[in-house]
Every structure is written in structure tokens, then in C-alpha cells.
Design a protein around this ligand. Structure first.
Ligand code: NAD
Ligand code: 89V
Length: 342
């Protein structure tokens, strides 16, 4: 099996998971790291024994000529870094949120298309094994034709201590977390024609919204409710579980807390515990997300090897980003947004 030489830009909070996952994946080595912050660069370099370290991305890509680059920086730097990789003909992975605007997202996709460079957005939530299991049941027609669904993420977990920038932005939960949950809704139920949203801010210490309730009309007629909250105090906090309820013409599917899946359909009743494995480097409660990082990175390698478009390619992610933009537009105007207008 060909071994790929990857390079990573942005050695912050989440990149540590990506570096662990690259170490677990087969046929790949991360040979160089880049971060503008020397402390973060040296921390990651020491932790993973990577000696080739750079403060400047262009310098790293010129010197190392990697087979791909993994961009794990926050959103403001995504467009210049993705366009740099495209210009240099280097396949690129970019963290979510992909872009600051639809125009930036489209420009990055176009730059990579013109350069013939594969582009994947690190949109990992659909790669969680419990979500993949739900998709498998739907594809097998386990509950007939789905006509209604709810995809829900409600928690009071303190995400601000690990990611302080989340408290600072004018936009918060839809842009950072809702983007994952909306992507799951697209993945499970298909493209969206119309969307309405309402938002609230409950936590006075942050700038953006921390509660969002969205109603989506999908092509094919299914209606879904996508709801997210970081202001929900439960006796047992389910962070970071995404709960799914689906009603179909011939049965129901429920993915409940504790990763319990119950399917009731023509094939009978299935009840299964879909708790994700605790990878050796993972820690609860993040292990669900950490497992999906390994899965998406393996998928990237599979796609590179086989010349396939990744499931969450830049092209695909434009439709998820459009849902985020539509949700903010609807919350601001109180109107239902036609997806064709985004
Ligand atoms: P962070 O601020 O902890 O780390 C980002 C790092 O990038 C910093 O060390 C910064 O110095 C570096 N950086 C920024 N611009 C750079 C540039 N041009 N060149 C070199 N280095 C640069 O952020 P984080 O919490 O690790 O988040 C990074 C991204 O990951 C965000 O977009 C966030 O939304 C996303 N994220 C995704 C998940 C997920 O499950 N997919 C989870 C958490 C965070
Ligand atoms: O997955 C994420 O993007 C994270 C968190 C789970 C905290 O929302 O930022």
C-alpha cells in the first residue's frame, strides 16, 4: 500500500485529535507541522515526535512537497490556505466551518476544481458510527418511507474552556455545532428546499446565540426539526451525542441517549447499544467525536488512493453551509428561506 506524506497546519485544541488519528490510520505519516504560535507548534511536535516544524504554511508546503495538507486552523485562515494548496497542486482537507461566507466557500471549491486538486471538508459528525448505523437502516428501508424526523443536540457542557473563541463570535451555535447537525440531516434525509429558524441567547457571558430551532423541508417531502442548545441543564449531560428520531410509513427509529438504537419495523424490533469504542488516545465524553475523526481521515486516504470524491467534499459542504446561512437569514427576518436563494 502506498504511504502518503501529509503536513498539518494549525496545532491547536482539535488538531491533537487529528494527529492521533493520523498515527492510527494505515499508510500515512504526518511529516511536518505548521503553526504561527511557537508554543503550540512545539507542544504538538514533541507530543508526536515530528521534528520538521514551520511558522509559515507556504514555506512548509514548498520545502516538504507533501502528498496532502490537513488544515486545522479556525475559519478566518481557511480561504488563503486552501487557495495556497490549490495553487501548489496539493490535495487539501479543511476543517469546518469551511468558510466565512458562501462566496469564499464557492471560490475555494472553484480554485481546487480548476487545479484538479481533491478537497475534503473535515465534517466528521456524519462519520460517527451511530449516525452511520442510522443511515444503514434507512438505506435498508427498515421503517418504510421516512416522513418526519428530529435531529437534536442539547447540552450544558462547557465548550468555552477548551475553545474560548466560541464565546467571542457574533455567531455561535449554528455556525459551530448546528453546522454538524444540519449536515447529519442532509446526510440522512437529502437536500433541503426551505428552512425556518429561531434562535436565542441564554448564556449572558457569550456574544452569539446558544439555542437554535430549525424546521427543514426536504426534497421528497420529509419534514425535519433540527434543534441545538448549549443552555440545556440535564441531570446527565449527553454531550456530545446527537439524538435522532425518525417516523416512517412502516415503522420508527430512535437513536436515544447512551447510543441506544431502537428500530421498530416490518422486520420486527431491533434494540442495540451503539456506544462508540474508546480509542487508546481518546477521552470521555469526546470519544464519540474522536472516533469519527479517525473514520473521516481513513475515508480521505481511501478516496485519495481510489481517485474518489470524498463524502464531505468541498462541493458537498457548500450545501451544508447554505443551510447555516439560511438559518441565520431566517432567524434575523422571521421568514422562511428558499434554499435556491442562498
Ligand atoms: P485553536 O485556536 O485551538 O487552534 C488553531 C491553531 O491554528 C492555533 O494554534 C493558531 O495559532 C493556528 N493558526 C491559525 N491561523 C494560522 C495560519 N495561517 N498559519 C499557521 N497556523 C495558524 O482552534 P481549534 O479549537 O483547534 O479549532 C480549529 C478548527 O477546528 C475550527 O475551525 C473549529 O471549528 C474546528 N473544530 C472542529 C471540531 C470537529 O469535531 N470537527 C471540533 C472542534 C473544533
Ligand atoms: O465539534 C465541534 O465543532 C466543536 C463542539 C463539539 C464543541 O461544538 O466545536
Amino acid at each position: 500500500m502506498a504511504s502518503y506524506r501529509g503536513a498539518l497546519i494549525g496545532c491547536g485544541f482539535f488538531a491533537i485529535n487529528q494527529l492521533h488519528a493520523w498515527r492510527d490510520a494505515e499508510g500515512v505519516d504526518i511529516v511536518a507541522l505548521c503553526d504561527r504560535d511557537p508554543e503550540r507548534l512545539s507542544h504538538a511536535g514533541e507530543l508526536f515526535g515530528i521534528d520538521r516544524r514551520y511558522g509559515d504554511a507556504e514555506q512548509m508546503l514548498r520545502a516538504e512537497k507533501p502528498n496532502f495538507v490537513d488544515i486545522a486552523t479556525t475559519v478566518a485562515s481557511h480561504r488563503p490556505l486552501v487557495e495556497l494548496a490549490a495553487k501548489m497542486g496539493i490535495p487539501v482537507i479543511c476543517q469546518k466551518p469551511f468558510a466565512l461566507s458562501m462566496a469564499d466557500a464557492r471560490a475555494m471549491v472553484e480554485a481546487c476544481r480548476l487545479a484538479g486538486v481533491p478537497l475534503m471538508v473535515h465534517e466528521n459528525f456524519r462519520w460517527q458510527s451511530a449516525i452511520q448505523a442510522v443511515k444503514t437502516r434507512l438505506d435498508a428501508n427498515a421503517i418504510g418511507r421516512p416522513f418526519w424526523a428530529r435531529v437534536s443536540f442539547r447540552s450544558g457542557f462547557d465548550v468555552f474552556s477548551g475553545q474560548p473563541y466560541l464565546a467571542e463570535g457574533k455567531r455561535f451555535i449554528i455556525e459551530d455545532l448546528g453546522i454538524h447537525i444540519l449536515d447529519i440531516a442532509r446526510f440522512l434525509f437529502g437536500e433541503v428546499t426551505q428552512l425556518s429558524a429561531r434562535t436565542q441567547r441564554v448564556n449572558p457571558a457569550i456574544k452569539g446565540e446558544d439555542v437554535a430551532t430549525m424546521l427543514l423541508d426536504h426534497e421528497g417531502g420529509l419534514s425535519s426539526v433540527v434543534d441545538c442548545s448549549y443552555a440545556t441543564r440535564l441531570p446527565v449531560d449527553p454531550f456530545p451525542e446527537t439524538l435522532v428520531e425518525i417516523d416512517g410509513s412502516a415503522g420508527t427509529l430512535r437513536l436515544g441517549t447512551g447510543y441506544r438504537l431502537v428500530v421498530n419495523g416490518p422486520g420486527g424490533r431491533e434494540e442495540v447499544d451503539l456506544s462508540p469504542p474508546l480509542l487508546p488516545w481518546a477521552s470521555r465524553p469526546w470519544h464519540n467525536i474522536q472516533e469519527s475523526v479517525l473514520a473521516i481521515q481513513r475515508h480521505w486516504l481511501h478516496c485519495l488512493r481510489n481517485g474518489k470524491e470524498p463524502s464531505t467534499s468541498g462541493r458537498d459542504n457548500i450545501a451544508t453551509m447554505a443551510l447555516v446561512e439560511a438559518a441565520y437569514a431566517s432567524a434575523a427576518s422571521g421568514q422562511t428561506i428558499e434554499m435556491a436563494s442562498i
